[in-house]
Design a protein around this ligand. Sequence first.
Ligand SMILES: CC(C)(COP(=O)(O)OP(=O)(O)OC[C@H]1O[C@@H](n2cnc3c(N)ncnc32)[C@H](O)[C@@H]1OP(=O)(O)O)[C@@H](O)C(=O)NCCC(=O)NCCS
Length: 164
Amino acid sequence: MQMRWLQRLWPAREPSIRAANTADAPALAVVHASSFHIAWDAAEFERLLAERLTRALVATDGPAGPVVGFILTRGVAPETEILSVAVAPRWRRQGLARRLVDGALGRLAAEGYTTVFLEVEEGNGGARRLYERAGFHEIGRRAGYYRTAAGTPASAIVMRRDLT
Ligand SMILES: CC(C)(COP(=O)(O)OP(=O)(O)OC[C@H]1O[C@@H](n2cnc3c(N)ncnc32)[C@H](O)[C@@H]1OP(=O)(O)O)[C@@H](O)C(=O)NCCC(=O)NCCS
């Protein structure tokens, strides 16, 4: 009963996906800081978003709402690489990252990109499952590529997805 009353006051909004622009840089930095132990700042995101080779989507809380997730890719066609994907903690496990990945892959394919690569930390089970479910497969490993939050070395798994 109380739930219905709350829903009338604050109706649930469906997250939306749209292309990112440089004005989103501060919001991307906030989501990134909530998701990784080495944070990229707003200036870094602004530089990346302004680059010709970068493609980026954001997930927002409703069509005009705040940014709650993003995906960034960068590369020269026909190959590109996923640089980062993140969803703010309270929005996780609702299919948002999958929507961002699928949305990015669809747009990249339409632009003529044929191959997408990424690196993911071996111990990041959630991200590995996300990528496997989105059709990526492991093509190699790089020992000691990452440092964990505790400072210990961790391997990167290199994954690939063909878009054709
Ligand atoms: C990884 C991350 C982007 C997933 O975002 P999300 O919106 O929660 O993911 P989704 O809800 O779209 O889930 C997609 C798939 O991944 C699985 N998944 C997501 N998080 C998971 C977790 N913590 N454990 C196990 N599986 C997980 C989902 O179950 C789903 O698989 P399914 O289709 O079989 O159900 C999010 O946890 C995050 O931002 N983490 C910190 C940053 C990060 O690690 N980014 C990736 C770096 S390479």
